[in-house]
Design a protein around this ligand. Sequence first.
Ligand code: GLU
Ligand code: ZN
Length: 290
Amino acid sequence: MLDKQPYRGRFAPSPTGSLHLGSLFTALAGFLQARSQQGQWLLRIDDLDTPRNVKGSADNLLKTLEAFGLHWDGSVAYQSQTLDVYHDILDKLTKDNQVYPCTCSRKTVAAIYSGACRDKQTFPDSPYSHRLKTDNSVISFHDELQGLISTNLARQHGDFILKRKDRIIAYQFAVVIDDDRQAINHVVRGYDLLALTPRQIYLQQLLGLVTPGYMHVPVIIDGQGYKLSKQTHATAVDLEHPQKVIFELLTLLKQNPPCELQYASLNESLEWAIGHWNPEPLKNCRAICR
Ligand code: GLU
Ligand code: ZN
């Protein structure tokens, strides 16, 4: 059913530093997946985690994408501009008794949350997070690259946080609202976010929203096996020679670019990549070593 609608995907970076090869890899995969199906590709800046935001990096992300010819459709969405929307939905879930205040500290919460605060009747004076009740149902979905994923949220994760103790709306909550508001029907993102997807699908079901198709592409790792990220101080991509970087990325994406493409212009490279895009070789692949 989803495939009959025009494809609408997005790239949703967090403005926590300059764009490195790992994020550009995800951006290019999403762009090619959208453009090869004459689809739209939107851009959203996930800027809710204010302590992690780095000043100027949102603008820097936009400039970098443009320098690589990865032009997006429509205007850029910023999560920080729709805070009311998340809070309205959170209020509604709280009234419906789906959400409760949790005062547990991160240290005391194990990998699976025990539900210790589930029966709290009143909202405490000390800082608390908002947790969503999960049930014993199994959430299953078919990832376009990673295959069938099935999770029992209650047993494998427990109730999860929608708003953090520091009053920041959690990523796994905001992303669901935003993908719906932007009518996204295909999500392409890194494998590192696969484990959070069942929670998002659970929320979509609870809120009566459509679940998009998901494609979790491998993450790029360095020689030590670490994911390229701002935390591991991955260097920013080379803006001077974008076509060379695109060539390297097409190789990492297992697209087999012909070697003469190294000398083609950026536009020619992207056109070739759109025309030849085939995600098949990335199937069951979680990480690619640079
Ligand atoms: N903002 C998230 C990140 O940079 C990605 C969100 C998503 O694609 O769902 O890791
Ligand atoms: Zn608790």
